[in-house]
Design a protein around this ligand. Structure first.
Ligand SMILES: [Zn+2]
Length: 188
């Protein structure tokens, strides 16, 4: 039997640990930390577009995206600390890899590689972190998070926090980065 939320909560609420994150090479902050108290179990939060109803992604025009084809659309987030962050969505409403039809799933595998190559073509990129969480929106969206080369302190799961710690990438630099991605997608 898997543990229920109530069972996990009961077991963990007074036994939370505080890892020595201040010693991690990638932790963005100084000083010791204290875990938040563990909140009581509750219902799953509402996600945008749950069940394909009132889905923001479905309603977006192609002009909100930097590149599109018959089945996929690629969006660039506004300039932030990291060089570029992109979101890939299927044009049709699917929640995740678990409910993607086989033909789209095959294409998805190709798209992940194609976009990673496009991001690397920006230059000065050390790693492209690829993630799918789906906690806020039900429409499948893959994250492509570029970590600058030569700054391994910004690596792995801390990259998203560093993204908000570093000052935003200058507009003209960011526009150039997006343009190189779009160019690479067109040539692929
Ligand atoms: Zn949708």
């Amino acid at each position: 039997m898997p543990e229920s939320a109530h069972e996990i909560h009961a077991r963990a609420v007074d036994a939370l640990r505080a890892p020595a994150v201040q010693e991690w090479a990638t932790w963005p902050f100084e000083g010791p930390v204290r875990p938040h108290p563990l909140s009581a179990p509750g219902p799953e939060p509402h996600r945008d577009g749950e069940g394909g109803v009132d889905c923001t992604a479905c309603a977006k025009p192609d002009s909100d995206y930097v590149w599109t084809d018959d089945n996929w659309r690629l969006m660039a987030l506004e300039p932030s600390g990291l060089p570029i962050i992109l979101i890939l969505e299927p044009r049709s409403h699917h929640d995740g890899p678990a409910d993607l039809p086989d033909d789209l799933a095959r294409e998805q595998g190709m798209m992940l590689g194609r976009i990673e190559r496009a991001v690397l073509s920006v230059g000065e990129i050390g790693r492209v972190h690829i993630g799918r969480w789906g906690e806020g929106a039900a429409h499948l969206h893959w994250w492509f998070i570029a970590r600058p080369a030569g700054l391994p302190q910004l690596a792995s799961s801390m990259a998203e926090i560093w993204d908000e710690v570093l000052p935003p990438t200058p507009q003209e630099v960011w526009r150039g980065n997006v343009a190189r991605v779009v160019e690479a997608m067109r040539q692929a």
